[in-house]
Design a binder for this molecule. Sequence first.
Ligand code: DAH
Length: 345
Amino acid sequence: MQERLKELQAEAIEKVEQASSLKELNDIRVAYLGKKGPITEVLRGMGKLSAEERPVIGAFANEVRAAISAKMEAKQAELEEAAVQAKLASETIDVTLPGRPVKLGNHHPLTKIIEEIEDLFIGMGYEVAEGPEVEQDYYNFEALNLPKGHPARDMQDSFYITEDILLRTHTSPVQARTMEKHEGKGSIKIICPGKVYRRDNDDATHSHQFMQIEGLVVGENIRMSDLKGTLEVFAKKIFGEDREIRLRPSFFPFTEPSVEMDISCKICGGHGCSVCKHTGWIEILGAGMVHPNVLEMAGYDSRVFNGFAFGMGPERIAMLKYGVDDIRHFYTNDVRFLKQFAVEE
Ligand code: DAH
């Protein structure tokens, strides 16, 4: 019996050694150690043995089982390790392969110009302020020295929502809101970019919705020369150091005196061409010293405080800077147009 068990052990171990997969190994386990296996079979015959022989054979059979099991475990670990290695080898990534190119977008030309102007003014100590696009008639007009029935209201055809609420026609209401927030105390230096709306028919130079950037400085002893110097820095930084500026007298109800700023035409160098309508100058923005009524209505003592303000259109600036001939390009979003502004990013 012992001989037979030894044979079985040798046979099983040899098979285990030759096994090449986990499945094969499991089949061997069932075949040799299972209930229907030869070892169990041998042990069934133990009844015929003497009482002295039985425990000896029993112990021996257990040793045989243990030896086969140990061999199987070792083989199993070996096969599992080999499977992991094979999997790793088959899944190797070639990190040197070039990637698939991802199409990148770019900033909208108006975003670019607004950010450029923001950066410039932030560099001069200004903060960026915001206000609502759906605005009260009070802030859009009244607080800016444009009472109901004032003829200058007609300069800005408006989208009214109710009698007292409209889509703001300019960013100037943010001036009134910001001054009011300061409750008549302390100085202010803000610029305010944002969307504005007017009842215009869209064409190459008009859009019912466009952008503006407002500027406001309030303090003590602010002078017209401060305004001029600020605008000159702005014009040269945005359009080029060789640009000249000129201020022309103008009228806005919220500033006194009021001016319009022109820059010298880059295209003809000031000699006159179709872009500058043969004047050598191109109008860029409106500005002036804040009207005392506007300061007073917002809670500032106009005997102590004064200031300057300006308002400009980023579309116009972008059109001049990049040579765009139709304002509608900014809003129809043709990718062929927008893509041209990716180069400098
Ligand atoms: N709000 C004016 C407009 O939309 C532009 C403007 C002119 C703003 C003069 C100002 C200013 O702050 O001082 O036509």
